[in-house]
Design a protein around this ligand. Structure first.
Ligand code: GUN
Ligand code: ZN
Length: 421
């Protein structure tokens, strides 16, 4: 039994109902109780107490769309999506045929995400089953709740980086049966319509019907050139979403990354189907994709993500800042409460894991981050005059990075988050 004291942030419902408590009691990997320091000390006299002072104690960040295999090519210069994939991404992903390389990157990747306070990610692997094994083995060794799947592509990718209709189905099924369960979630993962034949999408739709409690993730309407290409490749489809919908890949549990340039029909169908969208703001500016419409959060589950390495940061603080900036460019200044909610509970909801992670409340899994709200001189002086919690948090959202992450708890166990900093 452990008792952490600080400014404990939870949400009673959505981002309009934040709650600050003085302490959180943890037992057997879960949150046992939240409340005032006095009451918790009285109720749990045996608990080991760690006092984090004025630091914010939050649910660990949930990064709802990443490519762990792109860790080494983050910040690659000068290309838009299709050229970026061909120039930087595909050659790097080719290297994951080597299990030792995959294991090395997986370990480095989780060092970086934990150093940034992220306790759950939902990742694309590469086409290689070994890359999925490396990801899940590393996540399991660290006790993390984590999601990933083998990226499937059977066309428009270089030799050595294509699977087939059959192998995509067979390998995905084998990996799913091997890894799905406990804190690990297998995600059926066609990369995007340009790199899958309709037959491959259909086979993955069939696999999803066999394992309906899995998630399915893919990319949707990220860049206008990409959308024009989809139109050429799928002349019969009504729009980009229809290329997935027609193959049984649109329902609850479908998680679409980017979703920037949507038609009215696509928006309506996504909402009707109960699908999730993931906003990847640093990626959308870095690769030059466009400005996501946060208004979609009124009708859809929307999560937030770094999209590393198309995104330019491993930090969900930096990602919240980019989401704020994009909101401003669209005339919508997103409240810090909503930014924080998106990076925790919003992403957890997008992954349909909101009953396990993404919030601090009794019964939730104790994946927590302790955030120093005065981690640099620039941030410290900006918070000095704050007279409410959100004024105190906002400078860290806008200017914070891994220096603000004071501690991380994974299933109630403190993890050395500074090892990669
Ligand atoms: N669309 C298809 N593959 C990718 C990828 O790896 N990154 C991004 N940002 N978009 C994609
Ligand atoms: Zn992506």
């Amino acid at each position: 039994m452990e008792l952490l004291l600080g400014q404990v942030l939870g949400f009673d419902g959505d981002h309009t109902a934040p709650r600050i408590d003085e302490g959180v009691a943890i037992d057997a990997g879960r949150v046992k109780a939240v409340g005032s320091a006095d009451r918790l000390r009285r109720d749990f006299p045996q608990a080991r107490v760690t006092d984090h002072g004025r630091a914010l104690i939050s649910a660990g960040f949930v990064d709802a769309h990443v490519h762990y295999a792109q860790t080494a090519i983050i910040a690659s210069w000068g290309k838009r999506l299709i050229d970026w994939l061909n120039t930087y991404t595909f050659p790097e992903e080719m290297r994951f045929a080597d299990p030792a390389y995959a294991a090395d990157v997986a370990s480095r990747y989780f060092d970086l995400t934990l150093a940034n306070g992220t306790t759950t990610v939902c990742s694309y692997a590469t086409i290689h089953p070994e890359s999925v094994d490396a990801f899940f083995a590393e996540a399991q060794a660290r006790g993390l709740r984590a999601f990933a799947g083998k990226t499937c592509m059977d066309r428009n990718a270089p030799d050595g980086l294509r699977d087939t209709v059959r192998s995509a189905y067979d390998d995905s099924k084998r990996l799913l049966e091997k890894w799905h369960g406990g804190r690990l979630g297998y995600v059926i993962t066609p990369r995007f319509s340009p790199t899958s034949t309709p037959e491959q999408l259909e086979a993955l739709g069939a696999l999803w019907r066999e394992y309906p409690d899995c998630l399915m993730q893919t990319h949707l309407s990220e860049q206008t050139d990409e959308i024009a290409w989809v139109k050429e490749l799928f002349p019969q489809s009504r729009d980009y979403l229809d290329t997935y919908e027609a193959q049984g890949l649109l329902r609850e549990g479908a998680v679409f990354g980017h979703a920037i340039h949507l038609t009215e029909r696509e928006k309506a169908r996504l909402a009707e189907a109960g699908a999730s969208l993931v906003h990847c703001p640093t990626s959308n500016t870095f690769i030059g994709s466009g400005l996501f419409d946060m208004g979609l959060a009124q009708t859809l589950r929307v999560g937030l993500a770094t999209d590393t390495g198309g995104g330019s940061s491993f930090s969900m603080l930096r990602t919240m800042a980019a989401a704020y900036e994009i909101g401003q460019l669209r005339g919508n200044p997103i409240h810090p409460s909503q930014l924080w909610w998106l990076a925790t509970q919003g992403s957890a909801r997008a992954l349909r894991a909101e009953h396990q992670i993404g919030n601090i409340a009794a019964g939730m899994e104790a994946d927590l981050v302790v955030v120093d709200l005065a981690s640099t001189p620039a941030i410290e002086q900006a918070t000095r005059r704050a007279d409410d919690i959100w004024q105190a948090v906002f400078p860290t959202i806008m200017m914070g990075d891994d220096r603000a992450i004071r501690a991380v708890y994974v299933a109630g166990v403190s993890s050395d988050c500074r090892s990669a900093a």
